[in-house]
Design a protein. Structure first.
Ligand code: UDP
Length: 482
């Protein structure tokens, strides 16, 4: 292997094929590239255009493409991103087909490793085989889970101690053992295992994901120490030597110059968006978005619309394109847009989320608690209305509502790949009124704490900050391995 004085350190990034994984990984690659590291992102042809615009405006980042074997696994050729599975209502079976196709990327991926011989691989947790691939070529594999230290620690405790098996009903709460705080959960907030058999592919797959987390060189986390110090320490000290980790976030802050271009191309122009926001007073608009995967039923969409309208709040509501295709506008109460004209805006498709959240007009965020949106909200210093649906979102909700206490809960009581039970419009209205209120002392406390966290987030990535320091330490460590 070449000496670090001969050539640049070369790091390979391999994000899972979903926006919530691609976006922060591309940001991370930019951070490394900004520190003089040669970076290569490996992805599939249909995912590359989603981030090529962002990588051409920043430091030099190479892209390497591999084909996604969708057809071999019964999926249409245009299905190369998990977004497609939810948009077309393919459910858990579709997730399983997609995951099998992703496992089949191993062979072409290893061919690239053989050709390029990078010094390190940062691969998504959903490529558990990547640890063995890296070992084949004698390089360290870092794992990226795309979630908080809190969710990593809580998920590990649930998997290890299985407290959910010691309660008598899905609604009886249990304490997640061994965490720095007393965190209560119910079985409803965890994925159901009842239909899975031992030999089930997804069961085995997630078992491998868990094992590969402790087998690899370490974990790179999109978080900052000041947000969850007890959980960062817990992850590092309590979970053993296999859990070396470096926090480098919030990675979204690396986009200071092009915050409008992130992930897919936005369906609203930057100028139009800013003009609308600039017509509003500070802290008076609520941003409502549920990320790139959650797809609610038409009935749920209607309840959200009625709740937003009744709240009398100013709003930006992002509605995924698939709601248009399947249901037209049937879920939208007649005349909604006329009646809310001026005070609200629906963005159909993809919003320039970070640009919007960072604008002074935004006063709060309604989110499904995908970790990226959660951290972007925290970074913007915003309190939140919490609406978890699946994946790590119920853990993230606990961190925000109970540990750092900047969130108001609206519903979302049950883990589900298809949106969960319906939350009524009255609950939506009351959560919006509450989070936007300037009269309730408890809510003002949330605003103050959220603002302070936003300032800490920015300091963390500045020179001398905790995330800046950890990234330097990681790069030095990787250099010493070459
Ligand atoms: N996002 C965006 N515009 C949209 C929807 C999502 O820019 O209209 C970005 C958002 O800023 C975040 C990511 O997509 O970085 C979504 O990741 P998250 O973890 O919040 O949720 P997921 O989509 O994985 O459920």
């Amino acid at each position: 292997m070449a000496n670090s004085t001969d050539r640049l350190l070369h790091v390979y990034f391999f994000p899972f094929l979903a926006h919530g994984h691609l976006i922060p990984t591309v940001d991370m690659a930019k951070l490394f590239a900004g520190r003089g590291v040669k970076t290569t992102i490996v992805t599939t042809p249909l995912n590359a255009p989603n981030f090529s615009a962002t990588t051409t405006t920043g430091p030099d980042i190479q892209t390497r493409l591999i084909d996604f074997p969708a057809a071999e696994f019964g999926l249409p050729a245009e299905c190369q991103n998990l977004e497609f599975i939810s948009a077309h209502n393919k459910g858990w079976e579709g997730v399983s087909q997609f995951t099998r196709a992703a496992v089949a990327l191993r062979e072409p991926f290893e061919k690239l490793l053989e050709q390029d011989r990078p010094d390190c691989l940062v691969a998504d947790m959903l490529f558990p085989w990547a640890t063995e691939s890296a070992a084949k070529f004698g390089i360290p594999r870092l794992i990226f889970h795309g979630t908080s230290f809190f969710a990593l620690a809580a998920g590990d405790a649930v998997a290890t101690h299985e407290p959910q098996n010691r309660v008598s009903s899905d609604d009886e709460s249990f304490v997640i053992p061994g965490l720095p705080d007393e965190v209560r959960f119910t079985r409803r907030q965890l994925p159901s295992r009842s239909s899975e058999k031992e030999e089930d592919f997804m069961f085995e797959f997630f078992k491998r994901v868990g094992e590969s987390s402790s087998e690899c060189f370490g974990t790179v986390v999109n978080s900052f120490y000041e947000l969850e110090p007890a959980y960062a320490d817990h992850y590092r000290r309590v979970l053993g030597s296999g859990r070396r980790s470096w926090h480098v976030g919030p990675v979204s802050l690396c986009n200071a110059d092009d915050r409008a271009v992130r992930g897919k191309e936005a369906t609203i122009g930057r100028d139009e968006c800013l003009k609308w926001l600039e017509s509003k007073e500070p802290n008076t608009v609520v941003y409502v978005s549920f990320g790139s995967i959650v797809k609610f039923s038409a009935e749920q969409m209607r309840e959200i619309a009625i709740g937003i309208e009744a709240s009398e709040c100013q709003f930006i509501w992002v509605v995924r394109e698939c709601h248009q295709e399947d249901d037209g506008n049937n879920w939208l109460p007649e005349g909604f847009e006329d009646r809310t004209s001026g005070r609200g805006m629906i963005i159909r498709g993809w919003a320039p989320q970070v640009l919007i959240l960072d604008h002074a007009a935004i006063g709060a965020l309604v989110t499904h608690y995908g970790w990226n949106s959660t951290l972007e909200g925290i970074t913007a210093g915003l309190p939140m209305v919490t609406w978890p649906v699946m994946a790590d979102q119920f853990y993230n909700e606990k961190l925000v509502t109970e540990v750092v206490r900047i969130g108001v809960s609206v519903g979302g009581r049950e883990w589900s790949v298809d949106g969960g039970g319906t939350v009524g419009h009255a609950a939506v209205e009351s959560a919006l009124r509450r989070v936007m209120s300037r009269e309730v002392e408890e809510v003002m406390g949330m605003h103050r704490r959220a603002k302070a966290l936003g300032e800490m987030a920015r300091k963390a990535v500045e020179e001398g900050g905790s995330s800046y320091f950890d990234l330097s330490a990681l790069i030095e460590e990787l250099r010493s391995q070459t």
